[in-house]
Design a binder for this molecule. Structure first.
Ligand SMILES: [Zn+2]
Length: 248
């Protein structure tokens, strides 16, 4: 708690430093994100938890393959769907939901809130919740596209009674060169658990199948890691619930 308190003081300082420009508006969400990620990582390490999260889907090809792999391990994950993709692949979104996985919102069009006029970015958040409404739970989670949030989009998320869902380990599945799946699992193991960012949209291009294989490979490596270490695989909402209960 002392550590968090100290960081909160730094957060206040950042606001002062940037007060002369537009940065003042952006600084507080950036600091809030850093704090939230740190808390998430600490909770996972303290309770032996791993969350698998998949963004930008559903993918008509990759998502069902992931559902099969997760079912084999009896594991539940979180899928942050894009509204426009879910509208085009409703049966796949239904399959994710019916398999007991958690569905979160990742906006409709995947606009970068830092590069978009505030009203348009807020409208994209709202459109995402509208498009995904039938699959979202009572307290849905919103994962900001590109991890970018502004005071306006943060307020739009809160106004829906939704929570922000960050990640602690980026699998690298969108990097120009992917690491080995075992390297990703190694990073999670050294952190003592965490929330892993992956993407389940259907890629285009010649290395599409390599990327799909990588996503499946990381999923298998994390499932194996959790089994070996006796860690639980939890959907993000369960972790956020536990963290809220701890603070009460
Ligand atoms: Zn995304």
């Amino acid at each position: 708690m002392t550590d968090l308190g100290a960081t909160a003081l730094v957060a206040g300082g950042a606001g002062v430093v940037c007060a002369s420009g537009a940065g003042a508006w952006l600084a507080s969400p950036v600091v809030a994100r850093r704090l939230a990620v740190r808390r998430l990582a600490a909770h996972c390490a303290a309770t032996g938890a791993v969350a698998l999260t998949y963004d930008d889907g559903p993918g008509a090809d990759l998502t069902p393959r992931l559902l099969d792999r997760l079912a084999q391990a009896d594991a539940r994950a979180t899928f942050f769907l894009l509204g426009r993709r879910a509208e085009r692949a409703q049966a796949v979104a239904d399959a994710v939901h019916d398999a007991g996985h958690e569905i979160g919102c990742h906006s409709r069009e995947h606009l970068n809130a830092w590069k978009t006029a505030p009203a348009r970015a807020v409208a994209d958040v709202a459109a995402g919740f509208e498009a995904l409404g039938r699959w979202l739970g009572e307290r849905p989670i919103f994962r900001p596209p590109y991890g970018k949030i502004t005071p306006w989009t943060a307020r739009a998320v809160r106004a829906r009674g939704a929570r922000l869902g960050w990640w602690t380990v980026d699998s690298g599945d969108t990097w120009p060169e992917t690491p080995e799946p075992e390297q990703v699992a190694g990073r999670v193991e050294r952190a003592g658990g965490g929330v892993v960012l992956l993407h389940d949209f259907d890629r285009a291009g010649e290395n599409a199948e390599d990327r799909a294989a990588f996503v499946l490979g990381v999923t298998a490596a994390i499932l194996d890691l959790a089994r070996r270490r006796g860690w639980r695989l939890a959907p993000m909402g369960a972790l956020l619930d536990e963290m809220e209960a701890d603070r009460r």
